[in-house]
Design a protein around this ligand. Structure first.
Ligand code: NDP
Ligand code: MG
Length: 383
C-alpha cells in the first residue's frame, strides 16, 4: 500500500479530497503543487509539512517563499518543477490532479521513476495515451485510475487476466445540467448555467466539459488507452443518478458494475490502497432509499462534442491531442465569458478539420499538435 505521496494540483477539487483521504489513511505528503492559490497552498503546507511545495505561477512562487520562510519547506516555481515533485525520491504514489495537458510531462517523469500514478488528470491520457501507457510498461509502474468511471471499470476487471474476455466497457454519463433540453436552448446557455452540475462538485473546466458531454468523449478515449480497447468496444449510456459508476460486459454475457453514492474519495482511496481496501467512514449507498436507476442513449445531435471526441478516437494519432488542446482553449474562452456555449464545439471541430493527423506521434509531435490546436482556436476566435 501507498505510504508517501506527491499531489500535483493539491488546491483543486480532487487535490483537496486527496489530502482528506491522506489524513484518514495516515499517509505522508511529501510534495504538493498549485498554480496560483497561494493562501490555500500555505495552509496545506503548514498542516501537512511536505518537503516541497511547487507553485507553477512564478509570482505566486515568490509570494509563497516569503510566507513559508519560517518553516524550512522548499518552494519551487515554474511548470518544470511539477516534474521535480512527481519524481521526488521516497515518494511511492503520485496523484495527478492538475487540470489540462500540463500534467503530461510530470506524469511521464513519475512513471520513469516507477512510481504508482493515481491518475485523475484525464487530459494526459487523451493527448498522449499511447506514450504514457508505453512509459508505464517500460518501467513497470502502475497507473491506477481515479476518474470514477475508470475506477469502477478497474474494480470490475480485478481477477480478469485475459483482456480478450472483455466484450465491451459501458461508461455511464450523468447527462449534465442541460440533459433533455432542445439544441437551441442548450446553445443559449451561459457560463453560470454550465457551472451547475446536478450530481458532482468539481473544478470549472471539467464541469463545463460535463455540460457539453466532451468530458464523456475524453473518458471514452481515456478508457480505450487504459484498457487497450478499440472505440467499437467502449460505449456510453446516460444514467442520471450517477450511482452506477460504469460497467464491464464480459464475453460470457456477464455484466459487472460498481455502485455507490457520488463521492470521489472512494476512487481516490482505492487508488491509494489497491490491491487492498481500507475502512471508510463514508455513508454507503442505501439501496432501499436510492432513486430508481435509469439508462438512456446519449443525444449526440444536441451534444455534438461527444461525437467529435469519438471521431478523434477513431482517427487516432495526433487527432486526440488536437481535440483536447482545442477544447481546453475553447473552454478557457467560455469561462472568461468571451464565447458562447455552442462555440466550444464549433472552435474545436474547426481546429480538428484544419490540422493534419500525424500517425504514431512522438512526444514532440504531440506538443506541436497541442500548440497548433490552441493557436487555431485563438485565430478563429479573434476573427
Ligand atoms: P480544479 O480546477 O479544481 O483544480 C485544478 C488544480 O490544478 C488546482 O490545484 C490548480 O491550482 C492546478 N492548476 C490549474 N492550472 C494549472 C496550470 N496551468 N499548471 C499547473 N497547475 C494548475 O480541477 P479538478 O480537481 O476538478 O480536476 C483535476 C483533474 O482531475 C482534471 O483533469 C479533471 O478532469 C480530473 N477529474 C476531476 C474530477 C472531479 O471530481 N473534480 C473527477 C474526475 C476527474 P490553483 O488552485 O492554484 O489554480
Ligand atoms: Mg468521470
Amino acid at each position: 500500500m501507498t505510504k508517501t505521496i506527491s499531489i500535483l494540483g493539491s488546491t483543486g477539487s480532487i487535490g483537496r479530497q486527496t489530502l482528506e483521504v491522506a489524513e484518514q489513511l495516515g499517509l505522508t505528503v511529501a510534495a504538493v503543487t498549485a498554480h496560483s492559490s497561494v493562501a490555500l497552498a500555505e495552509e496545506q503546507a503548514r498542516r501537512f509539512r511536505p518537503r516541497l511545495v511547487v507553485m507553477t505561477g512564478e509570482a505566486a512562487a515568490k509570494d509563497l517563499k516569503v510566507r513559508l520562510a519560517d518553516t524550512g519547506i522548499k518552494v519551487h516555481g515554474g511548470v518544470s518543477a511539477l516534474s521535480t515533485a512527481a519524481a521526488l525520491p521516497g515518494v511511492d504514489t503520485v496523484v495527478t490532479a492538475v487540470v489540462g495537458m500540463v500534467g503530461l510531462k510530470p506524469t511521464l517523469a513519475a512513471l520513469r521513476e516507477r512510481k504508482r500514478v493515481a491518475l485523475a488528470n484525464k487530459e494526459t491520457l487523451v493527448c498522449a495515451g499511447e506514450l504514457v501507457m508505453a512509459a508505464a510498461e517500460r518501467s513497470g509502474a502502475e497507473i491506477i485510475p481515479v476518474d470514477s468511471e475508470h475506477s469502477a471499470i478497474f474494480q470490475c476487471v480485478q481477477g480478469c487476466t485475459d483482456r480478450g474476455e472483455i466484450r465491451r466497457l459501458v461508461l455511464t454519463c450523468s447527462g449534465g445540467p442541460f440533459y433533455g433540453l432542445a439544441a437551441e436552448e442548450v446553445n443559449r446557455k451561459t457560463r453560470e448555467d454550465a457551472l451547475r452540475h446536478p450530481n458532482w462538485r468539481m473544478g470549472p473546466k471539467i464541469t463545463v466539459d460535463c455540460a457539453t458531454l466532451m468530458n464523456k468523449g475524453l473518458e471514452v478515449i481515456e478508457a480505450m488507452r487504459l484498457y487497450r480497447l478499440p472505440l467499437s468496444r467502449v460505449s456510453v449510456v446516460i444514467h442520471r443518478q450517477s450511482i452506477v459508476h460504469s460497467l464491464v460486459e464480459f464475453r460470457d454475457g456477464a455484466l459487472l458494475a460498481q455502485l455507490g453514492t457520488p463521492d470521489m474519495r472512494l476512487p481516490i482511496r482505492y487508488a491509494m490502497t489497491y490491491p487492498q481496501r481500507a475502512e471508510s467512514r463514508a455513508e454507503p449507498l442505501d439501496l432501499l432509499s436510492c432513486p430508481p436507476l435509469t439508462f438512456a442513449e446519449p443525444d449526440r445531435g444536441t451534444f455534438p462534442c461527444l461525437r467529435l471526441a469519438e471521431v478523434a478516437a477513431a482517427k487516432g494519432g495526433t487527432a486526440c491531442a488536437v481535440l483536447n488542446a482545442a477544447n481546453e482553449e475553447a473552454v478557457r474562452l467560455f469561462l472568461e465569458d468571451r464565447i458562447g456555449f455552442r462555440d466550444i464545439f464549433d472552435l474545436t471541430a474547426r481546429a480538428m478539420t484544419e490540422l493534419p493527423v500525424i500517425r504514431e506521434p512522438g512526444l514532440q509531435d504531440i506538443l506541436e499538435a497541442d500548440a497548433a490546436a490552441r493557436e487555431a482556436v485563438r485565430k478563429h476566435f479573434s476573427n
